[in-house]
Each structure stands twice: as C-alpha cells, then as structure tokens.
Write a protein that binds this ligand. Structure first.
Ligand code: CA2
Length: 146
C-alpha cells in the first residue's frame, strides 16, 4: 500500500520558533506544530513526520529520503526559500505533491522575501496564517492525495 505519511520539512532558524521574535512568528514552538499536525493528520487518515535543519545539504537529503518514505511534502524552507536552487532541484525529483508554507506574510515584508525558488515546484503556497498554515496545508494535502 502507498504511504500516507506527509513529511513536514523546516529550514534554518525555525528551531527558534516560539522562543524569539514572537511579534513576527508567534508564541507556538515547532513541537506545538508537530503535535497539532499529528492530531489533525489522524482525522484526515494521514500520518506526519516533522523535521528541521539549519543546513541546506541536510534539507536536500531530507527531500531525497521523502522520495522513498512520503506521499507528500509540506515545506517551510525559511531563508532558503529565497536562495536555494538546490532545494528546488531536490523537490523537482520528488513525485508527490509539494506545498509551501510561510508563517509570516512574506509579501508584506522586505522585497528579497517576495521571490521563492520553491514556488516553481509547489502545488500551492500559504503565507501569513501563522502556524495555522501548516494545518491548512495538511487539509489541502488530504484533498490532493484523495
Ligand atoms: O515566514 C516564514 O515562515 C519564513 O519562511 C520564515 C523565515 C524567513 O527567512 C522567510 O522569509 C519567511 C525565517 C525563519 C526564522 O524563524 C525564526 C523563528 C523565531 C525566531 C527567530 C527566527
């Protein structure tokens, strides 16, 4: 049977979520995101596994592992969103749906945050809904996977 596991990948500095800059990123931690997504996934007949790395190459390898283990990827590449062709290329070698999430509204921020390499591959993008964006992406993933 095909995997129903969704890998939720997070880029640099998101390990600090809930610990710094709450005015931009809120008070919830990445562990809170992992918990709320796991609970929602059960309702949706999915499973989730959440990972975070501060290193571009490690994120590329996470995406390679998802090729074998995940039905879909939800990714917040953080600052690598705006710089990483390597992450875009890795995602292009993944067969399932890819959804891009940003906690903040990147379009309301500095112009360098307005461009995303990852958006060239993503089926959809959610930005500015706080950590609720991860849950919204998971609901969309359930629709896409049927
Ligand atoms: O809004 C988002 O989710 C971002 O992907 C977050 C990135 C930023 O570079 C993107 O432009 C938009 C930054 C993640 C840093 O996360 C922190 C969380 C708490 C405290 C400090 C950093």
């Amino acid at each position: 049977m095909r995997s129903r596991t969704i890998h939720i990948l997070n880029g640099p500095n998101l390990n600090l979520l809930g610990k710094r800059e709450p005015e931009i990123y809120g008070h919830d931690t990445l562990e809170d995101v992992a918990r709320s997504c796991a609970t929602l996934a059960m309702e949706l007949g999915l499973e989730t596994a959440l990972y975070q790395s501060n290193h571009e190459g490690e994120i590329v390898e996470m995406i390679h592992r998802a090729r074998e283990a995940a039905a879909g990827i939800i990714i917040n590449p953080a600052a690598y969103t705006h710089t990483s062709v390597a992450i875009l290329d890795a995602l292009s070698a993944f067969d399932g749906p890819v959804l891009e999430v940003h906690i903040s509204n990147v379009h309301k921020r500095e112009s360098f945050r307005h461009h995303s390499y990852v958006s060239l591959r993503a089926e959809g993008v959610i930005a500015g809904f706080g950590i609720q964006g991860y849950e919204l992406a998971l609901r969309r993933m359930a629709v896409l996977l049927g």
